[in-house]
Design a protein around this ligand. Sequence first.
Ligand SMILES: [Zn+2]
Length: 79
Amino acid sequence: MDATQPTAKTRQVRCPHCGTFTVYSTSNPWRPFCSERCKSIDFGAWAAESYRVQAKPELADFDEIDTLDQQPARDNKPH
Ligand SMILES: [Zn+2]
């Protein structure tokens, strides 16, 4: 063993959200993000995105989604 071990170096990665270089180590609980804010923002966006996809699998017609708000519920007939 000598002093050439690469593990001593601090590894830096780019924050996936804002692109800022941040330390990628156990000292950074938000890794690979630079901060809690970036992590929660990115995760929030991801969660919202996947929720939307799950809720509405066929998002072919964005126009229809828009008009859903204006029209009365046309899907309220009982089974
Ligand atoms: Zn960031």
